[in-house]
Design a protein around this ligand. Structure first.
Ligand SMILES: [Zn+2]
Ligand SMILES: [Zn+2]
Length: 262
């Protein structure tokens, strides 16, 4: 079974002790590639996603961005760093960026400005934008619509329902499902998962967060992404292998990755 984890945070300290084993387990589980989301942590510090990518460029790919939670904290110089790195050939996507009105860690107007800037760098670099959106679908869709020439991207860890999914599909986006789709209480997400065309679906772990059933509550890892594929397959009445293969191919297409080479 060929799998791609389209969104993980494997450079975080949760994997300080056993990162190599986590990567080995992912490969043993059939992962062909994993996309590392490179995020701002502190002034001048974007973590180790790019270094981890460079350690195994045939397996990993990396993005760069400033999370909406941190959009008010990151200094201007670090926004300019994202702009510079956007054109680096090692970077395959811009973000995650977007709007999170659930936590409101940064003021909404500041999140919106940062989101638009990331979309602009996505446009100038012709790389997909990785969108984090929580309880902000109306503003998110409006901004994506206003930024008309954006080259599309991925709605990551989709938490909306069928109507929101349709909106993003019309805007040309891929919908990425995470472990949330395995949670029985996530009825709207599960209904959306039945309806999105197979050629527009990505799967992800968002490791270390949101471990899918049966690992729920534990530290997540990319090797668990198969559980997301299996749940999607069950919801859609399709074979797990077909969902794994299609979502892997979609991820490679979304990030313009070659299957086996850097
Ligand atoms: Zn996110
Ligand atoms: Zn994330």
């Amino acid at each position: 079974m060929r799998l791609v984890d389209s969104h993980c945070h494997l450079d975080r300290s949760e994997y300080g002790a056993d990162r190599e084993q986590v990567i080995s387990r992912a490969k043993a589980a059939g992962l062909q590639r994993a996309v590392l989301i490179g995020l701002w942590r502190a002034p001048g510090d974007f973590g180790d996603a790019l270094a981890l990518r460079d350690s195994d460029p045939g397996f990993f790919a990396a993005t760069i961005g400033i999370h909406p939670h941190e959009s008010a904290d990151a200094p201007e110089g670090d926004f300019e760093y994202v702009e510079r790195l956007a054109s680096d050939p090692r970077i395959v996507g811009i973000g995650e960026t977007g709007l999170d009105y659930h936590y409101d860690h940064s003021p909404r107007d500041v999140q919106q400005v940062a989101f638009r800037r990331h979309i602009g760098w996505s446009r100038s670099s012709q790389k997909p934008v990785v969108v984090h959106v929580r309880e902000a679908h109306d503003d998110c869709a409006r901004i994506l619509r206003e930024e008309t020439a954006a080259p599309g991207g991925i709605i990551h860890c989709f938490t909306g329902g069928p109507q929101e999914a349709r909106t993003y599909l019309e805007l040309g986006f891929f919908i990425s499902f995470s472990g949330v789709v395995t949670f029985k209480n996530a009825a709207p997400v599960r209904e959306a998962a039945r309806q999105v065309p197979l050629d527009r679906i990505l799967i992800e772990t968002d490791s270390p967060f949101l471990a899918p059933v049966p690992h729920r509550g534990k530290r997540n890892e990319p090797g668990y992404v198969g559980a997301v594929a299996e749940t999607l397959a069950a919801l859609r009445g399709e074979a797990s292998e077909a969902v794994a293969e299609a979502t892997a191919a979609n991820a490679l297409r979304a990030f313009r990755l070659s299957p086996t080479s850097p």
